[in-house]
Design a protein around this ligand. Structure first.
Ligand code: NAP
Length: 338
């Protein structure tokens, strides 16, 4: 059974007692789970300064209007970039660095799954893997100096925490056509994501890193699964059934903000506890969860909000030095787009 929603909502509402203005960057919040989390954050944070990455500033304008209606005291700024390109991901980080000296929350939910096959970007990379892995990692890496200056910084990646799998070790980027498949691109994005975030966590013990699987959530992701006739059939026949068993965007957003702020997923007392310090309360925090890699890694979280244990997959990968190999591959990819 999932963590009781009332517990989640009570915790989220405590954000209102955090009087220091929180600074957040949302990547992937023009839709779906990210948008749900963004609205929940705007509603509860006192004077937030929020940056939202959007592919099209015009279509994202209505989101800012909605956020202003939820919380007129917040400041909201759209960064018009397409992070299916690593260069754009780098520009996003530079934009925030030019404006802010610290960052409390980096929320990453950008990405898609396409049954249409591999889509190469102008950087020669698979767009689904770039949005779900390379660009998420690049932004996290470049913003570490700002994150390290925040009181209780959090990086939350919504993808497939706890669902890591085996890697095509001689082709981590799945560049060979015979190696690429929808499933493998998803497994590589999730597994490399966990291993790379574990490395960042080890080097940045002040920052809480969360990689979560959100469960099935009723978002536009399913409508975009395929184009053409296959897409129509999916949208008419399959997606309505999926939606019957899916969580709402609002609830997924509420649960995601909980991941980003509660003690349960924090190396310290969590963002909600910052308010408790000011008000003299206890913070009402739940017990802290265990991190991966024997407590040195990240918070891997399943759809119910509990810590996921996938050591049977991850431990052998670490034994094979895959963390270093994934990082070397990733650094080479980052260098290749320079
Ligand atoms: N929904 C689920 O049941 C579920 C389950 C497990 C994992 N996930 C993962 O969770 C993450 C969020 O999913 P969601 O359901 O919230 O998806 P969503 O509603 O489709 O939102 C995805 C976000 O990513 C952006 N995006 C999509 N394709 C892009 C591209 N080619 N280039 C740049 N940006 C792109 C979208 O921007 P635009 O608004 O501009 O399109 C949007 O901001 C995804 O990585 C998904 O794989 C979802």
């Amino acid at each position: 059974m999932a963590i009781d929603l009332q517990t989640v909502l009570n915790s989220n509402s405590r954000l209102a007692s955090v009087k220091t203005p929180l600074v957040a960057l949302f990547v992937g919040a023009t839709s779906g789970i990210g948008l749900g989390a963004l609205k929940e954050f705007a509603q509860h944070a006192t004077d937030p300064r929020v940056y939202i990455v959007a592919r099209n500033v015009k279509t994202a304008g209505s989101i800012v209007d909605e956020l202003r209606a939820l919380n007129p005291r917040g400041q909201y700024e759209i960064i018009e970039k397409n992070v299916s390109l690593i260069k754009d991901a780098e520009a996003v980080a530079e934009f925030v660095k030019a404006k802010e000296s610290s960052l409390d929350l980096l929320f990453l939910s950008v990405g898609f799954v396409s049954l249409d096959g591999r889509q190469d970007t102008t950087e020669g990379l698979d767009a689904s893997m770039t949005t779900r892995y390379y660009s998420r990692l690049r932004i996290s890496q470049l913003l570490l100096p700002l994150l390290n200056r925040a009181t209780s910084p959090h990086v939350v990646s919504i993808l497939a925490g706890g669902m890591e799998g085996s890697l095509q070790e001689d082709d981590l980027g799945l560049r060979q056509a015979r190696n690429w498949s929808v499933a493998r691109a998803s497994v590589h994005s999730a597994t490399m994501g966990t291993l790379a975030l574990e490395k960042l966590a080890a080097e940045n013990p002040h920052v809480s890193f969360v990689h979560a699987y959100p469960g099935m959530v009723s978002t536009p992701l399913f409508d975009r699964l395929a184009s053409g006739v296959a897409g129509l059939l999916l949208r008419w026949l399959v997606v309505p059934v999926i939606r019957l068993f899916s969580r709402s965007v609002a609830e997924a957003g509420q649960r995601s903000l909980f991941l980003a702020t509660s003690t349960r997923y924090s190396v310290d007392d969590g963002i909600v506890a910052l308010g408790a310090v000011q008000t003299g309360g206890s913070g009402g925090a739940l017990q802290r969860g265990a991190r991966s890699n024997g407590g040195k890694g990240i918070f891997l979280v399943n759809a119910s909000g509990y810590i996921a244990d996938n050591e049977k997959v991850l431990a052998p990968l670490r034994m094979k030095d895959m963390e270093r190999k994934v990082w070397e591959h990733t650094a080479a990819v980052f260098n290749s787009v320079r």
